[in-house]
Design a protein around this ligand. Structure first.
Ligand code: C5P
Length: 397
């Protein structure tokens, strides 16, 4: 029996980049939000007896997705088999992975990372085994910085290199228009461009808050991120005030830390939410909806006032001015259907807008479609996917 797993996507509702850490990664502070738009990962697996190694194969409908050990889903399965075998060596299995791609490759929507998380969950189900939550997260982080996010889902604060996670109260399902330009942005290349920009300025600068340059936070490339740069602190203050947190954990911005607070278990998420709300007696969904409605508006208002943005925009937009234009079209500032918020997702090239209604999002889609760009542009309507729905809809049957 094959197991079909929905491999959802994410956007970043703001992303601040810190300096390069001792391990070569950049400190990050980002608010992830999962979306309903998904790939489908199908895993078929059976245990093998006797000698020889495991046999992994991968097929996909997308011509540019690697079909070998370079694929994140393949890497995840390899690591999981090693871990599942324990001290006796890797668990031997024949594993076939099929990835039905609907999401953009190199789009900044975490599609490859989500494929890895989905492959892990599919593998566990097929073999009738389950890793400990902490082990899953650890393996996920070893495959990619965004992979652990897909083992939590919903609105999630990411620090460290993006893998130190804190589950946030969810936003209500919100209409989201995603625009996928026919150009991919490589994440490592975008980070390099960021480093070059920082080096050129001679100071650590970011788009996350006002008065950054005056703050005199001079942290050069190659230094570790202690103390936490003011840009990231600024962004963390925005999140703290929006989510009513006393303080956003910034330990993860220092090298060598990892960890997670509340996991994907909805009950656990509920307790967490109640704790944040001082012990409300409402159901998780009621509580989340009330809270989320104001959270979204609050996020937008406070965020925009504080210059909440995605630092990658400042290096990606100069290379691709059309992407800046697409963001403006998504915003629709001069129109009655203006977006609640619009930004580049991750390192791009996908951009997204959040809207009050489907009609507003469709108006934005028409604005984008009316323009001709130097590359093809696709777009799709989807919605933000809160944590309980993320897990309820995961297994495609
Ligand atoms: O972890 P992931 O495989 O997604 O990262 C891809 C590349 O992006 C890394 O090899 C690194 O060059 C860069 N990266 C980074 N800082 C991060 C995340 C990724 O420099 N926080």
């Amino acid at each position: 029996m094959a197991t079909r797993v929905r491999s959802y996507s994410k956007i970043n509702l703001g992303l601040g980049i810190g300096p390069v850490r001792a391990d070569g990664f950049h400190g990050l502070l980002t608010l992830y939000q999962t979306l309903a738009q998904c790939d489908v990962v199908t895993v078929t697996a059976r245990r093998l007896e006797g000698g020889g190694g495991s046999r992994i194969s991968l097929t996909t409908n997308h011509p540019f997705v690697p079909r070998d050990g370079r694929n994140t889903a393949w890497k995840m399965v390899e690591k999981a088999l090693e871990r599942l075998g324990g001290a006796d060596g890797p668990l031997l299995a024949e594993v076939a992975i099929h990835i039905e791609k609907n999401l953009p490759v190199q789009g900044g929507m975490g599609a490859g990372s989500a494929n890895a998380a989905a492959a892990l969950l599919g593998l566990e189900k097929e073999l009738g085994v389950a890793l400990q939550e902490a082990e899953r997260l650890e393996l996920a982080a070893a495959v990619g910085s965004d992979v652990p996010l897909f083992l939590v889902g919903g609105a999630v604060l990411g620090t460290g290199r993006g893998e130190v996670l804190e589950a946030m109260p969810d936003l209500p399902p919100t209409v989201c228009l995603v625009v996928v330009p026919g150009v991919g942005v490589s994440t490592p290349a975008a980070f390099k461009a960021w480093d070059a920009k920082v080096a050129e300025r001679g100071t650590f600068v970011g788009g996350a808050g006002p008065g950054v340059e005056e703050a005199g936070s001079v942290i050069g490339v190659g230094l570790t991120s202690d103390p936490v740069p003011d840009t990231l602190m600024e962004l963390s203050h925005v999140y703290s005030s929006v989510f009513g947190l006393e303080k956003v954990k910034t330990d993860g911005l220092k090298p060598g830390t990892s960890g997670i607070v509340p996991g994907h278990d909805p009950a656990e998420a509920g307790q967490y939410l109640e704790k944040k709300q001082g012990g409300s007696s409402g159901s998780l969904m009621d509580l989340e909806n009330d809270l989320a409605e104001s959270t979204l508006l609050s996020l937008v208002r406070t965020g925009v006032e504080n210059g909440l943005s995605n630092d990658f925009e400042s290096v990606v937009f100069p290379d691709y001015p059309s992407l800046r234009e697409i963001k403006q079209l998504l915003m629709g500032i001069e129109t009655e259907q203006r977006a609640l918020y619009a930004a580049l997702s991750g390192s791009g090239s996908a951009l997204f807008g959040l809207y009050r209604s489907i009609a507003d999002a469709e108006a934005a889609q028409r604005r984008v479609q009316a323009r001709t760009f130097e590359f093809g542009v696709k777009s799709f309507l989807t919605e933000t996917l809160p944590r309980p729905e993320y897990w309820a809809r995961m297994f495609a049957g």
